[in-house]
Design a protein around this ligand. Structure first.
Ligand code: SF4
Length: 439
């Protein structure tokens, strides 16, 4: 490889996918900032264009391939521009990207970002592929370049050991490893100094956090002591990893928000077993019961997949029954789509017709939407504490923010500013939002 582009400094980074991936984009900008690069708002003015991709859903992959082709037009105008593909899809489809988009310069998996400055500075005729997974990479001592605001993400663990049969994450992000508590504390203290009020811990199975003698509950205690941080959130826990100690800790520590995103995926034991989710619907419901008992006003959200391999109408009805029983505040609901490499792709038949998956998804969404609407109506007349996040996108005269249990509240501005904790009375609601007025 020969060296090129010594003066190249502006980076345009486009991101897709989940919060983990968006947090990785902040990390990438941290790595590049350390090497003297700075962010660009547009691909036109950039010397480096990076696309941080997601591999969780098939249509996301197609979308990204289309977007890379579009971005190539900047490279056609400016041949020295470096175009790179990062993230889960880079790991998943590295060679396919190199074949379908040979004009791409770099394809780098989530454990290769430390080397980005070096890789950007090198060139070859073919795309350079760095697809290794590294069981030790935790990106310690790298400060992500975060978006301005009230909330900051802090990645506390990387990878996943669960190997749910439908999921590609363990193959593209590698095995589970945890960031040392001292490094997490260092980052959170810095964030408090920078004026952030809320931190969200990120991990694929965030409550599986373990580092030497420190478990997830211990970590919550430690970070709760950081002055200036008013709220602590985390996502996503795995239902099987919750201990009573975790739940007691969430219930007792004021700064730890009363919101749990608790992915259930299915209400059928047969399907849960085939998904290798490691709990039954009964165990899941017991956990929900325990959580509601200890944290009465908890906000509960979830992820559900419909149409997984072998899912019958009866299995689907079990999911609907569970949804009606739990009465989630909201849910992310998807149709199953097979991902190569996974156990489900290799061993099970994707046998629920697409049309039927669509029908099931529609029915589920319809039921969940009406539950969300009803749950939100129960908040009318109550007073809630809201952390102000900013101006409402629809109406500049309104602010929006979140309650402790993750409800979005919109209310008329009245002298407050983002980062303030204010009391609001809920006067109306929709299925997604509470509408209020300052008290
Ligand atoms: S717990 Fe399962 S669904 Fe979640 S990231 Fe790990 S393998 Fe994927």
């Amino acid at each position: 490889m020969e060296k090129r582009f010594n003066k190249m400094k502006q980076v345009y980074l486009e991101s897709y996918g989940c919060q983990m991936n968006l947090a990785d984009s902040e990390l990438v900008m941290g790595v590049l900032a350390k090497a003297g690069y700075f962010p660009s708002d547009s691909p036109q003015s950039a010397d480096v264009i990076l696309v941080n991709t997601c591999a969780v859903r098939e249509h996301a992959e197609e979308k990204v391939l289309g977007r890379i082709a579009e971005l190539n037009r900047f490279k056609l105008k400016k041949p020295e521009l470096v175009l790179g593909v990062l993230g889960c899809m880079a790991k998943h489809l590295g060679k396919v990207i190199a074949e379908r988009a040979p004009y791409v310069d770099l394809v780098v998996s989530p454990d290769g970002y430390r080397r980005l400055p070096e890789l950007i500075g090198q060139s070859g005729d073919k795309p350079y592929l760095d697809l290794r997974l590294d069981r030790t990479e935790l990106y310690e001592e790298i400060d992500p370049v975060r978006k301005e605001g009230v909330n900051a993400w802090v990645t506390i663990m990387r990878g996943c050991d669960k190997f749910c049969t439908f999921c590609i994450v363990p193959y593209v992000r590698g095995r589970e490893r945890c960031v040392p508590p001292d490094e997490i504390l260092r980052q959170v203290r810095n964030l408090a100094e920078e004026g952030y009020k809320e931190v969200t811990f990120l991990g694929q199975t965030v409550n599986a956090y373990r580092y030497n003698g420190t478990d997830f509950a211990d970590l919550l205690h430690l970070v709760s002591g950081v002055e200036g941080i008013e709220r602590i959130r985390f996502t996503s826990p795995h239902p099987s990893d919750f201990s009573e100690k975790d739940i007691e800790t969430i219930a007792n520590l004021k700064k730890v928000c009363n919101h749990l995103h608790l992915p259930v995926q299915s209400g059928s034991d047969k399907v849960l077993k085939r998904m290798r989710r490691t709990y039954t619907s009964g165990e899941y419901l017991d956990l929900v019961g325990l959580i509601r008992d200890k944290i009465p006003d908890v906000g509960l959200t979830t992820d559900i997949i419909v149409g997984f391999c072998g899912e019958t109408e009866e299995d689907f009805q079990a999911t609907l029954a569970l949804v009606r029983k739990v009465r989630y505040d909201s849910a992310f609901m998807f149709k199953y789509s097979p991902r190569s490499q996974t156990v489900a792709y290799r061993k099970f038949e994707d046998d629920v017709p697409e049309k039927e998956k669509g029908r099931r998804l529609e029915e589920l969404i319809h039921i969940q939407e009406s539950i969300s609407r009803e749950v939100n109506q129960t908040w009318i007349g109550k007073r809630v504490e809201v952390l102000v996040e900013g101006e409402s996108k629809k109406d500049m005269s309104q602010f929006y923010g979140k309650t402790d249990n993750f409800k979005t509240v919109v209310f008329p501005r009245n002298g407050e500013k983002p980062g303030d904790l204010v009391e609001v009375e809920v006067v109306n609601s929709t299925s997604h939002t509470l509408l209020g007025r300052r008290v």
